[in-house]
Design a protein. Structure first.
Length: 438
């Protein structure tokens, strides 16, 4: 480290020690006996990912609103009969409603407003009213703009099922299509929201039709997807695209389909070590493996370790590399991967998961059967087992060769999984800690 005897008026002397970060704590010695990098007491610190002690970061308020600007249903409320206002006016964020006769409404109670047009955000919905006189009331809506119009009707409050009334989980999201752009994805009861860290702008990400969240969930970004893990329910996934109308979908669910043969006539052509296969709705993705059952007139290896899908041009065409002579169009019979044990499973509705060695690792608590979109999810009554996905494949899990019984039926259960050095996993059970080597 450079040292200087003198400093000019614009130079800042180098500070060698200070509350910039600590490697360890030592509460036994006096503060003047501590070595560099040690701290006796820290009231504003936390452990960094590498184990170093550092000052806790502050809180940034983005001033971002992710509510519907209305109330789902609050107390007190009364069953008011509908009343039509004779006039409506607006002053900034305050709307005044005037009635031709006494309204008999009660101040500071909830009423349902409808019929007002021309304003953003809409003032319609459940609103707390303020009584000014026997014939006038006001409501306040933050951020109003536009020209007020319409005919206002005031009546009994309604249960607003689409109101946002809870946040149940969040995670950090890095946009795979842009460098140095990060978001926080927040899961509410009705939709998820991606909040951009650089400016606080918010993008809504819809849930599948009919899906709501009413309890704590865990979110994770992996494979360029964001997953919402819902204990005992089918996991939701979003592909990370913020264009158009982003939305979560259900991961593959229901019973894992029995492998079908790919055996269309003249389906394979081999040129310069690249095999091009034409199969309608083959259902394969880059990285999947296909196995040759009958090589036809080609010299592809039968019943071997299979070939890895290199490209997927569309739903009906894929390619793989093979060190064999060229071959004209001919029939080759392929099979997708088959389990060598008790079968494969889709993601087993976990409460959470972690990403390690290009796989998802999660508690193996449930079995998922039935049809896709309407799966039957049943508890296995086993709480000390974990399961891992195939490499870069969130939809495939081998029930035997990718599952690990941690405590062998003891009085213990899996609490957390943490990646550790040398590609190991540390599995934390309620009463024990285990090191898992792949």
């Amino acid at each position: 480290m450079a040292r200087f005897d003198n400093y000019g008026p614009l130079d800042g002397p180098m500070i060698e020690e200070g509350d910039m970060g600590f490697a360890r704590m030592n509460a036994r010695l006096r503060p003047d006996q501590l070595k560099a990098g040690e701290v006796a007491l820290s009231l504003n610190g936390r452990m960094d990912v590498d184990g170093a002690w550092q000052p806790r970061n502050g809180i940034t308020n983005f001033d971002t609103t992710i509510t519907t600007n209305t109330s789902a249903l609050t107390l007190p409320f009364y069953i008011y009969a509908n009343r039509t206002a004779s006039s409506i006016t607006r002053s900034t964020n305050t709307i005044t409603l005037t009635f031709a006769s006494a309204h008999t409404l009660t101040t500071a109670t909830l009423a349902y407003i409808s019929g007002i047009t021309g304003l953003t955000p809409t003032p319609n919905g459940n609103r707390v009213i303020t009584v000014l006189t026997a014939t006038t009331i006001t409501i306040t809506v933050v951020g109003l703009s536009g020209t007020i119009a319409g005919t206002a009707i005031v009546g009994a409050p309604r249960l607003e099922d689409d109101a946002i009334n809870g946040v149940y989980g969040s995670c950090l999201f890095s946009d795979p299509s842009a460098s140095n752009v990060e978001y926080i994805v927040i899961a509410t009861n009705q939709a998820a929201y991606a909040v951009k860290l650089s400016d606080g702008t918010t993008t809504s990400i819809a849930y599948p039709s009919g899906t709501t969240i009413a309890s704590t969930v865990n979110l994770l970004q992996a494979f360029n997807y964001v997953f919402i893990f819902r204990d005992g329910l089918t996991t939701l996934q979003w592909d990370g695209s913020l264009v158009s109308s982003p939305a979560f979908t259900l991961v593959s669910n229901g019973a894992y389909a029995v492998s079908t043969y790919l055996d269309a006539a003249t389906n394979t052509t081999i040129v310069d070590g690249i095999a091009t296969v034409s199969e309608t709705a083959h259902g394969l993705a880059i990285g999947d493996r296909v196995y040759v059952i009958n090589n036809g007139a080609s010299t592809l290896i039968e019943n071997g370790e299979g070939y890895t899908v290199a490209t997927v041009a569309n739903a009906n065409t894929f390619t793989f590399f093979a060190e064999v002579p060229d071959a004209g169009a001919g029939q080759v019979i392929y099979s997708k991967r088959l389990s060598v044990s008790t079968g494969l499973s889709h993601m087993p509705a976990p409460p959470w998961a972690i990403y390690h060695q290009r796989r998802l690792w999660m508690p193996y608590l449930y079995n998922t059967t039935g049809s896709s979109g309407s799966p039957t999810i049943t508890s296995r009554n086993i709480t000390d087992e974990i399961i891992a996905s195939d490499i870069l494949d969130q939809d495939t899990y081998d029930k035997i060769y990718a599952s690990y019984r941690i405590a062998s039926g003891g009085a213990d259960y899996v609490v957390a999984i943490q990646p550790f050095t040398e590609d190991n996993l540390v599995v934390f059970n309620r009463n024990t800690i285990h090191l898992l080597r792949e």
